[in-house]
Design a protein around this ligand. Structure first.
Ligand code: ZN
Length: 519
């Protein structure tokens, strides 16, 4: 029991849930649990709660969290004189920051701090309080360690087909009995099914979005805000074409688990990078499908680049790649005429608004057009290969040298950063042991932190550079493969053509402009 004699406490309850905790699958860290524990505590101790401050999804290694800042503000305004958290790691996992708060900031503002499950109360002369700084160090090490563990354990779980993301895909919920399993949310699944049906009926993303918005169908964002953030202020939401597209292309709906789409750079930096689709982790049949495979793949066929492709119809090499050079609309390839077994191209815009004459026919004998385009593409590929040979001889050596130097520097920086972090640990402990004075500590700490920031910046720049180069290289390598395949193939495939060509503009004067993926 807390003796609150002679003093009235206005309490700020601080709650933090981070990504780290998500993975621990520790139910005890959830917002609701932290909240009920804290409320229980204040009730038992007859304390008055001024406000509850909640940061959802913020890491403890960083103090830049919105509600944490609000808490500090209210302390400074004198509105609270007591802060309670479930345990110390809720405050932060960075020991210098946490230590500073407990040892300096709180005392300076006459704030009493309590970490319930750690048994820490800064106003009590308890032996537990002595371990506070060390607990802070532990928390920092825990954060470093856990970030490594998270990465590997997350991947292991993904490979087992276990759901490890936070926000479930629209149409699914986490299974109450197994957090890593998805179950269908019937209310949302109906909407998902409708979207697929509407697509099969031939409605564009935009039209689907418009219709759902007009009907006032709840958007994924609205559900998300309501269920995860406990606010549901928007009555009607706007559906967007992109949401529709994301839903129509999400393989999760046929029961397959697709994860590892993004990854984090390191544990102290928030930056998240998008992964290459080749690195996605896919496990089939992990949960109940909302959409049957047939429907799903039928829909994939209809999505723009493949628009107009139909199993029964003849498949043309250039299906979906032709655009009108004059009006920018798609050019379609009409079915073969029985009369002369020929097929012709036509500008869609012209065809739709024939009377208004908004464009011209753009009529070409398709087979002739295809020949011309394949011939030009062959020339472009040969040119590329020749140019590539010359360039790669000159540039490769330069690039290689650069790369080796960059990697060397990166290694040195990693060492330096580790060393500085170690030194910070040492001076902090020296300060605790009174080997150095507060002033000495502050001076050295400032110097080290500046150094750390400079090195970390340089590290980020180099790292980004290297990653970019790797991506560029692997892209070039793939293109070279495609080109070689293309040049050696007798029977051309549409799949290969799509990998090489972005789009082809056809002009009324019979000229064409081929936009390729390489140059
Ligand atoms: Zn046109």
């Amino acid at each position: 029991m807390i003796s609150s004699i002679n003093k009235i406490y206005n309490v700020g309850l601080y709650i933090r849930l981070s990504r780290e905790d998500d993975d621990k699958t520790l139910e005890s860290e959830s917002i609701t649990n932290q909240k009920s524990l804290l409320l229980q505590y204040v009730k038992e101790n007859n304390l008055r709660v001024y406000d509850i401050y909640t940061d959802d999804g913020y890491s403890g290694t960083n103090f830049d969290r919105p509600d944490f800042n609000r808490l500090l503000k209210d302390i400074e305004l004198g509105k609270i004189n007591m802060v309670i958290t479930k345990d110390m790691s809720r405050l932060g996992r960075d020991y210098i920051g946490t230590g500073n708060l407990i040892e300096k900031y709180f005392p300076k503002h006459n704030v009493r701090y309590i970490a319930v499950t750690d048994n820490i109360d800064t106003f009590l002369d308890s032996s537990n309080n002595d371990i506070a700084p060390f607990k802070a160090i532990m928390n920092d090490m825990y954060a470093k360690d856990i970030s490594k563990k998270i990465k590997s354990s997350l991947k292991a779980k993904m490979k087992e087909g276990k759901w490890v993301g936070g926000r479930t895909p629209f149409g699914y919920n986490q299974d109450k009995d197994d957090k890593n399993h998805l179950v269908i949310n019937e209310e949302q699944a109906i909407v998902v099914k409708r979207i697929f049906d509407m697509c099969l009926e031939g409605l564009s993303f935009f039209k689907i979005a418009k219709q759902l918005t007009n009907e006032g169908v709840k958007t994924p964002a609205q559900y998300y805000n309501f269920e995860w953030k406990n606010n549901y202020n928007l009555k009607y939401g706007q559906w967007h074409s992109k949401t529709i597209r994301d839903i129509l292309t999400n393989r999760m709906y046929i029961g397959d688990m697709i994860q590892n789409k993004r990854s984090k750079v390191n544990y102290k930096v928030k930056k998240v990078i998008r992964n290459d689709p080749n690195n996605y982790i896919v496990v089939e049949n992990t949960h109940k499908a909302i959409i049957d495979k047939e429907t799903f793949y039928e829909v994939q066929m209809r999505i723009p680049k493949n628009k107009g492709r139909n199993e029964k119809k003849e498949i043309h090499l250039l299906d979906g790649l032709l655009y009108c050079g004059n009006c920018g609309h798609r050019i379609s390839i009409q079915s073969r005429r029985k009369r002369d077994n020929r097929c012709y191209t036509i500008c869609n815009y012209y065809r739709t608004y024939m009377k208004q004459k908004l464009c011209t026919t753009h009529s070409n004998n398709y087979d002739e057009l295809e020949k011309v385009i394949v011939k030009s593409l062959t020339e472009m590929c040969l040119n590329y290969i020749n140019k590539d040979k010359i360039e790669s001889n000159v540039l490769n050596n330069l690039d290689e040298d650069n790369k080796v130097n960059n990697i060397k520097e990166l290694e040195m920086l990693t060492n330096d950063i580790r060393q500085i972090n170690d030194n910070l640990d040492v001076i902090y402990i020296d300060k605790l042991n009174k080997k150095i004075t507060e002033e000495q500590f502050e001076r050295v700490k400032l110097k080290l932190e500046n150094e750390l920031a400079t090195k970390q910046n340089r590290y980020d720049v180099l790292n980004d550079n290297i990653n970019e180069n790797v991506n560029e290289e692997s892209k070039n390598k793939m293109i070279r493969e495609y080109i070689k395949k293309f040049l050696s193939m007798k029977e051309l495939s549409r799949e290969l053509i799509i990998n090489l060509i972005d789009k082809i503009e056809v002009f009324e004067n019979k000229t064409v402009n081929i936009m390729v993926n390489f140059n």
